[in-house]
Design a protein around this ligand. Structure first.
Ligand SMILES: Nc1ncnc2c1ncn2[C@@H]1O[C@H](COP(=O)(O)OP(=O)(O)OP(=O)(O)O)[C@@H](O)[C@H]1O
Length: 604
């Protein structure tokens, strides 16, 4: 059967399916049908049948024939009865049943075999009974939302920890919160009268912890027996561990040589498959990540076609460059879009939970001039951040690449306005941060298909090792930092100023962008030399083109750039002022102004 036939069959079991009227035997390209998510307009990826008033039967046996189905959502509908046997859809990565009328107990093995499932939303239904053990054992799960049901009994020990979404609130759960969930937000457990322990207030009484006990002497006697049993078991366990260690040691000794040979061979073949990179350090996108199999990619938004670390490892990859944190790759994932993967070392400033929280916060940012974070991977030594690929590369590559710069004045103006808007958004979103961007420079401004600029590598100071940030990040190159003060709220503005001067002159603030000692000194000299040269055709990038009727506006931009680069914080523009002035700029001068008068206008 084709996908169209399978879906029509599936629809025939639904009631009130008027919203699916454009599903029809006459049209075979299912990607145009309501509620279907496809990759590249060809491959069915998900069913998103939300807010449609649907009821009836979700026929899993029919869905099983949709071999590429990865995500299933019926949020906000009227399905009732027991949970369907979703574990037959073994490739499922996300399941959303929130806000329906499902009820009854969920069998303990209901999620067995769903080894790819990462996101499970069963909230606001009428499920009751224990939380199934198979749910707690899902190896890749990172979103669990069960709030607003009638789950009872104790919470099972989850094999995962560090969830992105975790909510068990408003159920009827009882007993002590398992140790692995102590770092979750207390609100995840609220509305369960019988729960106790960390992170909720209050300790658990003895009876909730475990051993039921009797009164008086009988209790003492039981205690003695219990202690004897514990001691006996402990001795037994210790002896077994010692025996095991001894056996392992013997085995290791004999197998050491052959296993080391095998490992070398394997890693070599993997590397050639996954990447076309050339240096030995860069041979694989996720060299370190491969080692921790229990970790996976964490998507920060619902909107995206998801793929796995394995998909990423299988993707063909191309090195885009290597920056101060590590290498950056363009990866063509087979079942998804083209993405850019950046490997970050030196990001151990915060623990796992804080890192996840921070990424969640970055993932929630939306602005046309920010390149959104799509997903991330957390490894102990190395993190990966995944973004969309920007078709027109970085601003730096246009300004300083091999070819003559192809950016005319209107495009440059559009770019600087976009950069300013993106930066203003970051200042508003991170009012508590001194460096809301922190690493603003021309290689971190990428250009989409229509040359709209998008900022990258923003908001990372909070998770970057301080020493590394101080040495390499653009925000730390400002004069106040070089004068042994910390960065100020105007340090990102300084970076904006450099970007403006770079954009207008086409000159490369070499020591600033490259990493090295004395960077700020040379940068200051560079800015100063531009000031000294004043306004002349020589200062302007030759390839900016245009005629004298635009020079007035270019001059205004030059002056804004200089005001952003003022050494004294007092005299330097604040972000609001800089952004407002940039917004006022136009493509054309309103009155033609002669170069001579502009020159005198600029004299400082
Ligand atoms: N999303 C993207 N789309 C297209 N090109 C990108 C994207 N992200 C990064 N690049 C380009 O990849 C190259 C390497 O980037 P990378 O971030 O590793 O280096 P960098 O920006 O020079 O240094 P740093 O690590 O200090 O930011 C740069 O030319 C950058 O502009």
């Amino acid at each position: 059967d084709t996908d169209a036939q399978i879906l029509m069959n599936f629809k025939s079991f639904l009631s009130n399916a008027e919203a699916l009227n454009n599903w029809s035997n006459d049209s075979t390209n299912v990607c145009t049908w309501t509620g279907l998510i496809c990759i590249n307009q060809t491959t069915l990826h998900g069913l998103r049948l939300e807010n449609m008033g649907l009821s009836g039967t979700i026929n899993i046996d029919i869905l099983m024939n949709l071999t590429t189905l990865k995500s299933f959502s019926v949020i906000n509908n009227s399905f009732e009865g027991l949970i369907p046997a979703f574990n037959k859809l073994v490739g499922l990565r996300a399941l959303f049943l929130t806000n329906n009328k499902f009820s009854g107990e969920i069998p303990n093995d209901a999620f067995d075999g769903l080894r790819w499932l990462k996101r499970l939303f069963l909230a606001e239904n009428g499920f009751k009974g224990h939380i199934p053990i198979s749910l707690a054992k899902l190896p890749r799960i990172y979103d669990v939302d069960l709030h607003g049901n009638k789950f009872d009994g104790s919470i099972p020990e989850f094999v995962q920890n560090g969830f992105r979404v975790f909510d068990l609130s408003n159920n009827q759960l009882t007993g002590a919160i398992p140790e692995g969930l102590r770092n979750e937000n207390p609100s995840a457990f609220s509305g369960n009268k019988g729960l106790c322990g960390i992170p909720l207030n209050g300790t658990c009484s003895k009876s909730t912890v475990s051993v039921p006990h009797e009164e008086g002497k009988e209790e003492n006697k039981n205690h003695h027996v219990l202690i004897s049993v514990i001691v006996f078991v402990a001795v037994l366990v210790l002896a077994s561990i010692l025996a095991l260690l001894f056996i392992r040691y013997r085995r290791k000794k004999t197998a050491a040589k052959s296993s080391s040979n095998m490992e070398n061979g394997q890693s070599q073949s993997q590397n050639t498959k996954t990447s076309t990179a050339s240096t030995s350090e860069d041979k694989s996108i996720v060299a370190e990540s491969k080692k921790s199999k229990d970790e996976d990619l964490n998507f920060v938004t619902n909107e995206r076609v998801e793929f796995d670390l394995q998909d990423l490892l299988r993707a063909s990859a191309e090195v885009l460059g290597s920056g101060s944190f590590g290498s950056t790759y363009k990866a063509m994932v087979l079942t998804g879009p083209v993405v850019v993967v950046k490997r970050f070392k030196h990001m151990n400033k915060v623990g796992k939970k804080e890192f996840f929280d921070h990424m969640k916060r970055l993932g929630g940012l939306t602005h046309p001039n920010l390149l959104p974070l799509v997903a991330f991977y957390y490894g102990k030594e190395e993190k990966l951040l995944i973004h969309d690929f920007a078709e027109n590369g970085s601003l730096a590559s246009h300004l300083h690449g091999k070819h003559v710069c192809d950016l005319d004045w209107p495009t440059r103006l559009k770019i600087i306005k976009g950069v300013a808007r993106g930066l203003a958004y970051l200042y508003r979103e991170f009012p508590e941060e001194k460096l809301p961007h922190g690493h603003l420079k021309s290689s971190n401004v990428v250009l989409d298909h229509s040359f709209e600029p998008r900022l990258t590598e923003y908001g990372l100071v909070a998770v970057t090792d301080l020493k590394h940030a101080q040495q390499f990040m653009a925000g730390f190159k400002s004069p106040e930092v070089s004068q042994n003060e910390g960065p100020s709220e105007k340090s990102d503005v300084w970076c904006l100023g450099i970007l403006i001067l770079e954009l207008l002159t086409g000159k490369f603030p070499a020591n600033y962008l490259r990493h090295g000692k004395g960077a700020t000194e040379d940068l200051a000299m560079w800015v100063e030399s531009i000031v000294r040269e004043g306004w002349s055709g020589d200062v302007l990038d030759k390839s900016i083109g245009g005629s004298r009727d635009k020079e007035g506006e270019m001059l205004k931009l030059m002056r804004i750039g200089m005001s952003c680069c003022e050494w004294s914080l007092e005299n330097r523009f604040g972000w609001r002022e800089a952004v407002a002035k940039i917004e006022e700029l136009k493509e054309m001068d309103s009155v033609e102004v002669g170069v001579e008068s502009l020159n005198s206008d600029l004299s400082m």
